[in-house]
Design a protein around this ligand. Structure first.
Ligand SMILES: O=C(CO)[C@H](O)[C@H](O)COP(=O)(O)O
Length: 282
């Protein structure tokens, strides 16, 4: 990585933590990847609560927490009524409606669990991830799949318009598929750049695959429906604030699940500045 990219990640992390981390927070979600390391450093400097606990999104994330001298707590040992005060994570690509592609590091399943458990989910990234449409620069949707179902899922993905979906393989030391923290496989599926909801409303395509175009939410649902798919690396739909508003409006019993879309994304730019993309209600 160049110094410019690393500096961009760090600047974005510092600003995101300054604006979204309450020093008295008790439970914080920590995502995966290289950018999150800068987030953890900034949180360590800012936290005043010795009882704070950090929920990792997988093995690598847990290592980052432990190496920083902080205390991890497993996702499934969280008391049922506890929401995370905030969850921070990286992203592979973000569009102008704050939909994200995640899973470049193969951690998308636990990343989605943690994002949905947070009152607010905040993404931190460098300028390469800042695009107006998903699948502009980042080439594929990562999908976590049960090993036995891989041939079926690949066939179905081709049927719904993915040109060349592929099983992700390990790059080093040994050949064969990469295994996730769940012992599942990752399939990377390319599609044409995805439409936003605004694009569909403006008549730029049906977005349901029938005319070769896919809208972000519709593609996410279509992939998730395939038998054998554990999770899709598209984070879309509601953000934490919108999910909370819906719960209150509907007196919903869906009390554990927040939104999977970030309320804000911090992009470190090439010139050292930080560009922030926020949800309308923030
Ligand atoms: O989704 C992820 C892992 O599954 C990561 O958050 C994403 O790949 C970003 O990583 P980095 O900060 O190294 O660019």
């Amino acid at each position: 990585m160049t110094d410019a990219i690393e500096s961009a990640k760090k600047a974005a992390a510092i600003q995101a933590v300054k604006e979204h981390f309450d020093p008295t927070a008790t439970h914080v979600g920590i995502g995966s990847g290289t950018t999150i390391v800068y987030v953890v450093e900034a949180i360590k400097d800012a936290s005043t609560n010795p009882q704070i606990r950090f929920v990792p999104t997988g093995y690598q994330s847990r290592q980052v927490i432990v190496q920083a001298g902080l205390t991890p707590i497993a996702f499934d040992s969280l008391p049922p009524d506890v929401m995370l005060d905030v969850a921070f994570d990286g992203a592979d690509e973000v569009d102008e409606e704050l939909n994200c592609i995640k899973g470049g590091g193969a951690c998308l399943f636990q990343e989605k669990l943690v994002a949905e458990r947070a009152k607010k989910f905040v993404c931190v990234a460098d300028y390469r991830k800042n695009q107006s449409r998903l699948l502009t620069f980042w080439p594929t949707i990562p999908i976590e799949v049960a090993p036995i179902s891989v041939p079926n899922v690949l066939t179905s993905l081709r049927t719904i318009g993915s040109t060349k979906p592929e099983l992700r393989t390990t790059l080093l030391m040994k050949s064969g598929p990469l295994k996730t923290d769940q012992d599942f496989f990752i399939v990377d599926a390319p599609f044409p750049p995805l439409l936003t909801t605004a694009d569909v409303a403006a008549g730029k395509g049906k977005g349901d695959g029938s005319d070769g175009t896919w809208e972000v939410n519709k593609l996410s649902r279509a992939i998730k429906e395939l038998t054998g798919v554990l999770e899709v690396g598209i984070f879309s739909g509601l953000n934490g604030n919108e999910a909370e508003a819906l719960r209150v409006k509907e007196s919903s019993v869906r009390t554990v699940t927040g939104g999977q879309k970030p309320v804000a994304v911090y992009f470190g730019m090439q010139d050292g500045s930080v560009q922030v993309r926020k949800a309308k209600d923030l």
